[in-house]
Design a protein around this ligand. Sequence first.
Ligand code: AHR
Length: 553
Amino acid sequence: MVGRRKFLHSSFSVAGALLFTKHFPFPAQGDSGADSRIEVLLGEPLGIISPNIYGHFAEHLGGVIYDGIWVGENSKIPNTNGIRKELVDEMRKIKAPVVRYPGGCFADSYDWRDGIGPAGKRPRRTNFWADADSSGAPANHKYEPNLFGTNEFARFCKLIGCQPYLAANVRSLPAEQFYQWIEYCNSPAGSTTLAEARAEAGFAEPFGVRFWGVGNESWGCGGNFTAQEYAVEFRRYTEWAPRYGQELSFIGSGPNVDDWEWTRGFLEELTRKGKGRLRSVYGLALHHYAWNLSRGRTNDWNQGKGDALKFDAVDWYELLREGQRMEGLIEGHWQVMGEIDGEHRVKLIVDEWGPWYKPGSEMVPNDLLQQTPTLRDAVFSGMTLDIFNRHPEKVPMANCAQLINNLNCLYLAHESNFCVTPVGHVFGMYSAHQGGQGLRTIFSAPVINYDRDGKPATFWGLAGAASLHEKELVLTVVNPHVSKATEAEIAIRGASVKSGAATTLTHSDIHAHNSFEQRDAVKPQTSVLQAGAKLLHHAFPPASVTKLELVLE
Ligand code: AHR
């Protein structure tokens, strides 16, 4: 019986453990055998979950653009105007809402003018990543052929039905070029010389780009600015930007992980000329990669990394611990932002996130920063998306790094080969949350205890998020335990359940992944739930991500 068990319980809710104690909702446990509980509070809305937290990121890096997205118009690989068709089809299925482009670090060395006009006349340039590429990397990874530029990206977004998010070059282009890129994208048909150039390429109507990143990682590859210096640049770049009736949402380069001083310094300097300046910022971009699997031994960027495919149970939990830091980062930066921006006009945009492993697991040899996502990365991604789901008032957009052939990718592709990774399947499952009303949900489950090189360590036992869509409740739940199922009683406070279905992504092998040869080794399974009392009692398999879709009455 759960009440008598000496389990350590973690209470996991957006409002913390105190509220859990106050609202402890369950009667003493019956015969169900459940040792965990999930309580969804219909009366405690958190805010609308922005579809854009399910966003993507595509950079001119390794095989992301060339071979991943762009196969070329004359390719035998099915394509639409040179864009890989299978990718577009998959992205439509998951309702991809927004794609960030063209970087990343690449953005601050990119001249958008190189990527417009007739393909044959576009220049070849040294890619920002050229020196990091291996000697065997394809030439078009090192020397940017500019075959895929603004027009092709806009077409790609149109095919998917998503919004473009462009990251502008602050390090090496003047502000004038930022304004002119906006002019190229958004000025009305026939209005300017740049609108005419756009029309000549076949795009008379404006692209209507709303989201603009003002630089990328301006504390590092984007110019090595101090927060104060960058704030001055931000004011200058955004001070006069042409609107053409199009709402523009400027995203400032935000903190690296837990650099609270960057957040504070940027907002202090930005508002030196008055709090009104806060109106010029839609969001601050937060980046966090989970890379340090050294179990506390080192903070060295190269030494600390783990392997994408070869890992043990401790590595599994360590990666999740690194990823779980995201929640504290969101809460911490939000608090710092509130010191200057009491009304919280400025939001957090997590436009790069995901695990980052050492080289060695590339499915396509010589593709820089390519890694093979496994079930571990799917669980990581479910956990991270649920963190965003739990903070709808703070995070209106997030972009997984990166879309294809890179880091925490949803897809792997090479020539005519293609597969959806376990991460891609999680995005498919979680798209059901888009636009729903986030609900406070309390998770209570035995914590996981494990041995971290002779020292005891713990990780939470069950976590997730819920959202309401009229009469349908979507509840996503992650069970991070590598080998134990967790049985939970589920209570929906304020309604009863008429019917439902469960979709689960798991595998008996925690290293399981998809490949070009075995495209479906890891894929979600859906089953109809039995109506009645049992509906509120569910066993979450080990190492799993589950989505419950419950019709309420
Ligand atoms: O996603 C890879 C790189 O990581 C991006 O270019 C950069 O912004 C970050 O450091």
